[in-house]
Every structure is written in C-alpha cells, then in structure tokens.
Design a protein. Structure first.
Length: 314
C-alpha cells in the first residue's frame, strides 16, 4: 500500500428535478480513494461504515474498485446522506449526519500504517464531528516524520456553525500537514479578502505546516505555491462539463499519484522537486479531474483513460 486516506464515506443523492434524486456512492475521501485505485496506486481506506443498506453498498463499491479495506470498521449507526443540487457555477449540499457511523469513528487503537505507505490524506467534513475529528487528528499526528501528509479541508459552509472557530481549526490542522490543496472557493471562505497567493502564504508562514499549497481554480486551472520559490500556474483542459461532483477529490488523487510517479516519497522531496516535475504533477491531476467532470457523479478515470488524454495533450 502506497497511500492511505482517512475520512467519511456517504451516499450522495443528486437532484434530477423537483424532489427526484439519484443516489451515488460518495464522500470526498472515498472519492479520492476510488480515484487513486483507478489511477493504479495501492490505496487503503480508513473509516467506519454502517451495517445498514447504504453501508453495505458503500463497502461493495470501495472493495470492487480495489481499495484495501482492512481498516474499515463497521457500526450499527446509520450512514451519512448528502443531497446535492447543481447550480450553473457550483453545487449546493444538505447533509444528514448526526450520530452517523463515520462521525462516530473512534478506534481504541489507531491503525498502524505499513512502511510502504508514503502518503496519508485527511480532511473534509469528517473533521466537523466528534469523536471522529479528534481521533483523525490523533492518527495524523502519529504520522509526523513518517510519511507525507496531504490536507484538503474541502470546506462545506452549510455544515459549519461557527465559521471563525472553523477557520482557526483549519490553520491548526494544517500545521500537521506537509502539502495542502483546496479550491479558490475554499480560499475565499477561509481567508476572505486575501489573494490566492496571500492565502497560501498564510498557511506556510510558520516553521511547521505545508511545504507547498495547491489551489484549484475550476475551469481556470490551478496554482502551486511553495516556500521561497515562484508560483506555478497551469490551465485547465478544455472540456464539456457534465458534473463537477468529485472533481476536487480526483485532483487530490492525481496529486499523490503524480508525486509518487515523480519519485516523491519523503517530505524534503516536496522542496527539491523541479518546476518541470511539479508542472507534470499538476497537469496529471488536472487532466484526471477534467475527465471526471465529463461524467455524471464522481466517476474518476482509470490510468489507461488518463494516459490517452495526456498523450493527446502532448
């Protein structure tokens, strides 16, 4: 196993008109895990699933995509449900997750990840509920110095009751990461009034915390900010968008898989990777996310599908 992801697994119900909804397996960390597996890297999911009908469906989905489920716990608590309504520019969400299985993840003993695991990804709405939030941070802290930690806050304003406190928590959580990725919408919610470069710099201001920050800009591409180095920008591939659900999650997978393919396995290599190497990683991640956006729901590409698209862009 090369990558591990900790966080929620849920059912997304996407609006199809009126009060009609179509269900899809989802949850940002789960979408990233599926994307990582499809891109060809061994991946393990750390979470807790319900034993209800939705939990059974989620487990089957995760396993059928080749994700390692040895650290998936089960609970009689219900599954988290999310309802999604698409708008011309973004998605609106309504979450039902009080007392659900993923929010109650609280193992007595934390998972011990194998030495072969070089990345741990955390973030998203699993950090908004106890006891899971504190236990996830315990797991992240235990990885310090052992592997590269990627943090994607995946801000969902509809779930945040105290925005100033949440912003402070995101900065606190970022101190345990080596690499951060979030969207320009997330940046506006976390640090309103600041430019993207200023937001990135604010997360890299202390000695601890991320060595690099990637901010996605939807159809305008993505930007990389590093300590003491010039920013790098890429343009997004030109596509016809069917759905943006799972785009950021697929981009996360592209980051970790792309970095591994560039030989990045230690924190220090985030600093030493060349501009050309970083640009290759960003284009790899952006192309994977773009393919996902040409399909309904979170449906990341396989490595073969991505390679065809990359070759066509070359």
């Amino acid at each position: 196993m090369r990558i591990a992801i900790v966080g929620e697994s849920l059912i997304d119900f996407a609006a199809t008109g009126g009060l009609n909804f179509a269900g899809h397996e989802g949850g940002a960390p789960t979408n990233s895990a599926i994307a990582t597996a499809r891109l060809g890297q061994p991946i393990g999911m750390v979470c807790q699933l319900s034993t209800d009908m939705f939990g059974e469906r989620l487990l089957k989905h995760i396993e059928s995509n080749g994700v390692d489920t040895r650290w998936v716990l089960r609970s009689d608590a219900p599954s988290t449900l999310a309802f999604v309504e698409r708008t011309p520019t973004t998605n609106r969400y309504a979450f039902y997750m009080n007392g659900t299985a993923d929010t109650q993840w609280n193992p007595t003993t934390l998972p011990v990840l194998p030495q072969s695991c070089r990345f741990l990804q955390f973030g998203s709405i699993s950090l908004l509920f106890e006891p899971a939030a504190s236990r996830i941070i315990d797991l992240v802290k235990a990885q310090q110095g052992q592997r590269i930690v990627l943090f994607d806050p995946n801000v969902r304003l509809s779930l945040i009751k105290d925005l100033p406190a949440y912003r402070a928590n995101v900065y606190r959580w970022s101190a345990y990461s080596n690499l951060m990725k979030f969207s320009d919408e997330d940046a506006a919610a976390l640090a309103p009034g600041l430019s993207l470069a200023e937001v990135a710099a604010s997360f890299m201001a202390s000695d601890s915390g991320p060595r690099a920050v990637v901010i996605t800009r939807g159809g305008d591409g993505a930007s990389l900010f590093r300590r003491g180095q010039a920013a790098l920008d890429i343009q997004a591939p030109k596509i016809t968008v069917a759905d943006t659900i799972g785009a950021g999650d697929t981009f996360d997978a592209g980051l970790t898989v792309g970095l591994l393919e560039q030989g990045v396995e230690q924190v220090a290599q985030l600093d030493s990777l060349s501009d050309a190497g970083w640009l290759a990683v960003l284009r790899f991640a952006a192309q994977a996310a773009a393919i996902n956006c040409t399909r309904e729901g979170a449906n990341p590409p396989t490595r073969a599908e991505l390679q065809v698209a990359l070759d066509a862009q070359a």
